[in-house]
Design a binder for this molecule. Structure first.
Ligand SMILES: *[C@@H]1O[C@H](CO)[C@@H](O)[C@H](O)[C@H]1NC(C)=O
Ligand SMILES: *[C@@H]1O[C@H](CO)[C@@H](O)[C@H](O)[C@H]1NC(C)=O
Ligand SMILES: *[C@@H]1O[C@H](CO)[C@@H](O)[C@H](O)[C@H]1NC(C)=O
Ligand SMILES: [Cu+2]
Length: 241
């Protein structure tokens, strides 16, 4: 009896602390290119911590909750990591931990970056607990994303989403990385919330450790064109203000 209870508790504890990893973005030389999550579809029970590792560099991506019906627009009440820009592979790798709170329904997400062209329509979408059969499979979701015309939605979600939630922004933010539009508002305050369409006015927080008062302007210039050739910047849609 006690033995059984102990085993049950142990099984529950190990299930609750399960951890899975999804890479956000990739190198241009990677199979499948820059605009992808790896893996892009996983199965994760309640309590699983899905660690999104922003290791695709250079890059500027998000993890933003959407829906099967509307793959490239934010879900009302959905989660959102905000953007993190990496000029080059960063150490330590910035991460965002999303805990699964309801494994009974699929969780769909996309990257809302628009530059140089919408990443969502390039197929940068992912799913957690998607059905493997029937009409609402991950493949069907990704096909709908690729067929989506126009700019994907730029609305800023929250840390807590539908069926999954995070408790902290992407972190750490090492030198060479910059956060934009993080949902908790711990980055520079999200006042004047015009849904940014990449005009470069988004508030930001950079990983520069030498200057705690870094303004968006100085961080933009510190990430200046010397870091990246114009050609690479154009490929990735990196805008230098
Ligand atoms: C996971 O959590 C949801 C929401 O509380 C609940 O409805 C569901 O039954 C849970 N799943 C399992 C396998 O217990
Ligand atoms: C994410 O979770 C891992 C494993 O529990 C932990 O080591 C890491 O510090 C967390 N990262 C963030 C940004 O919360
Ligand atoms: C990253 O993307 C955000 C949102 O589009 C944009 O405001 C920011 O300027 C970009 N950062 C860089 C360095 O391109
Ligand atoms: Cu992206």
């Amino acid at each position: 009896m006690i033995f059984t209870a102990g085993l049950t508790a142990l099984a529950f504890a190990s299930a609750a602390s399960a951890q899975m990893t999804i890479q956000v973005g990739a190198e241009s030389s990677s199979q499948g290119g820059i605009f992808q999550y790896i893996p892009n579809s996983i199965s994760a029970p309640n309590g699983t911590v899905v660690t999104f590792q922003f290791s695709g560099a250079p890059g500027n991506h998000t993890v933003t909750q959407s829906s099967f019906a509307d793959p490239c627009n934010p879900l009302a009440g959905g989660f959102d990591s905000g953007w993190i820009f990496l000029s080059a592979a960063a150490t330590p790798v910035p991460e965002w931990n999303l805990t699964i709170t309801d494994d009974t329904k699929p969780i769909w997400f996309y990257c809302k970056q628009l530059a140089p062209s919408p990443h969502c329509s390039a197929g940068m979408v992912g799913a957690i607990n998607a059905p493997t059969t029937g009409t609402n499979t991950f493949d069907a979701f990704q096909k709908a994303a690729v067929a989506f015309k126009g700019n994907s939605g730029q609305g800023v979600g929250a840390l807590v989403g539908v069926g999954a939630s995070a408790s902290a922004d992407i972190g750490p933010v090492p030198s060479g990385a910059t956060l934009y539009g993080t949902p908790s508002g711990s980055a520079a305050s999200p006042t004047a919330t015009s849904p940014s369409t990449g005009s470069g006015t988004t508030s930001s927080k950079s990983g520069t450790t030498t200057s705690p008062t870094t303004s968006p302007t100085s961080s933009a210039s510190s990430l200046g064109a010397s870091f990246l050739s114009a050609a690479v910047a154009a490929i990735l849609g990196i805008s230098f203000a």
